[in-house]
Ligand binder design. Sequence first.
Ligand code: 9ZP
Length: 341
Amino acid sequence: MVPGSAGAEPPPGWYLRDERTGTLYKRGRLLGEGTFGRCYQVTEVTSGRPYAAKVIPRARLAAAAIGDRVERELELQRRLRHRHIVRLHGHFTDRGHLYLLLELCSRGSLADILRARGRLTEPEVRYYLRQLLSGLRYLHGHGLVHRDLKPSNFLVTERMRVKIGDLGLARGAAPPGRRWGALCGTPCYLAPEVLERRGHAEPADIWALGCAVYTALTGHAPFEARHRPELYRRIRSARFPLPPRLSPGARALLARMLHPEPAARPGPARLLRHPFLTQGFTPRTLPPRACHSVPVFVGQEPLRWILRGLRCCGCVPVTPAGGRAPPQRIRARTSAEENLY
Ligand code: 9ZP
């Protein structure tokens, strides 16, 4: 950064310099507040490549807890390469700050989309969930537990692909027979075993992802209360309301992911084979307007899904010619078809 400005935020349009390599970056707009500091869009000047940069004041790094978390995030993310995990491209420091250069996901987070949309349709949830489970299978396969899965950590790219970000809380699963006891993560997505300090292993990620799926389908979290003790009591009871509009497949999936017993929750690979994900219509891609309004899938869904009716999921079937399919032609599922779920 420009000399003499140690500790101060670099203003927009200013240049940041990686002193080690001489690479110059131009600071763009503020994307939001992260856990450790502000996040900006930055552009590498010579290549024009855009990044999302976490800007962490050195003074905050001195606090041992934050320094350790940042170090862990750097260490972990450097080793990871998967199309559904946010890439860490590099880092550099100047007198006042540490900059983490992360893959830019230009459509913001699923939390932003949920804020604009309220809730999502079942085909959209299938679309995002398949990708998130693929990323999570990779993380768990590398012995890592994310520990803070939530919509604001699911980032959406220009091409509407979703990626898991923010590995600052992630750590290796505890050795067999031992479990990490720390209480961390987002309060309303904490699994019962985490609250009871019985451990924080892979099944706690499945629980948190189940909470995110529920939130995406209904517009609110499965366990909510004004005060912490009541919230924790509800989580421990593992009882949550299921709105009637949810399909039987979605209900069955949520019951598995939000099972009170961690060992009864399927892992990512098994969840990818769950009927909710294999038997419903899943769009191949989502149009960017799905960030703001209910998408219509023009001519994408196979005839069998149109015939079965897309009832329960809230999306509008459209004929390839662009007209809305008349509702009377879409029959309700027969009981034999219900059993498919
Ligand atoms: N959001 C407003 C609607 C509220 C945005 O405008 C917005 C725009 C983004 O890109 C143009 C964006 C986020 C929000 N992009 C982005 N954010 C990331 C991110 C990648 N891309 N990450 C990579 N790893 N972790 C995340 C994280 C930190 C850089 N974020 C966001 C979290 C809060 C702000 C930035």
